[in-house]
Design a protein. Structure first.
Length: 262
């Protein structure tokens, strides 16, 4: 059988009317009638490869590390502690690093839940802006039918041409057993928007007024139920340089003010 919702599988068998396969890299059995967990998808991709427009929440952060070979639990979720050689770090339920990197003695006491995911997409240039209402209906339909997410987890769909912002919100208390996780939905959607669909021979098709949308850029932000734990040393040199320049400018301004008063 063919796993329509995941092309990174092998050894597919039709069982009780459902196609079941083994996820590449982990061998975990996955059902093809729903989305595969992001952790298993990332592991499969690593195995195969070896062969804003909005007021971002204060604690929202990007995945600056990209793809890595994750450790997954037997049920497909990320292990709270991830390592790469001698470096280890803690991740959230979306598998995104939320601490600085440390040695192997690092303790990650819990897998912190990502409760809010913000997906910002830029569509290609158009002659006229899209209808906000038509856009929202199209995305809600795609997310509920293609990615099987319950509509109550879909927040605002905002539009400021050419940027589209989709909000997915899912608290642990509101998530029912069997519900698709918003982290998995965001990963599938991000891959679709970047032209690297995980579906078998099935590309994302969102049309507004009979015109298909094509995306040029996609950025994903994550908000956890507990704020991330990054220190200054985790900032990029560019960000640190900007901070230093700002501080020096303030000091220079104070010096000039004191001098002028004298």
């Amino acid at each position: 059988c063919i796993c329509a919702k995941n092309k990174r599988v092998t050894n597919c068998v039709q069982t009780g009317g459902t196609c079941q396969c083994q996820s590449i890299g982990s061998g975990v059995t996955v059902g093809c009638n729903t989305l595969t967990s992001k952790c298993l998808l990332m592991k499969a991709e690593m195995t195969s490869s070896k062969s804003g427009r909005f007021n971002k929440p204060k604690d929202a952060f990007e995945d600056t590390d990209g793809l890595y070979d994750p450790e997954c639990e037997n049920n497909g979720i990320f292990k709270a502690k991830q390592c790469n050689g001698t470096s280890c770090w803690c991740v959230n339920t979306a598998g995104v690093r939320r601490t600085d990197k440390h040695d192997t003695n690092l303790k990650c006491n819990q897998l912190v839940r990502t409760t809010w995911i913000i997906i910002e997409m830029k569509h290609r240039e158009r002659k006229a802006p899209l209808s906000t209402e038509s856009l929202r209906k199209a995305f809600v339909e795609a997310i509920t039918s293609r990615y099987l997410l319950d509509g109550r987890y879909i927040g605002d769909v905002l539009y400021e041409s050419p940027y589209i912002t989709v909000n997915l919100k899912q608290n642990s208390s509101s998530k029912f057993p069997g519900d698709v996780d918003i982290a998995d939905v965001a990963y599938y959607l991000e891959k679709d928007a970047k032209g690297d669909s995980l579906f078998h021979n099935d590309r994302l098709n969102i049309s507004i007024d009979n015109e298909a949308l094509t995306f040029e850029k996609t950025v994903v932000y994550y908000v956890d139920e507990i704020a991330p734990e990054f220190s200054m040393k985790s900032l990029t040199p560019g960000v640190i340089a900007v901070i230093v320049v700002v501080v020096l400018a303030i000091v220079a301004g104070i010096a000039v003010l004191v001098s002028s008063k004298k």
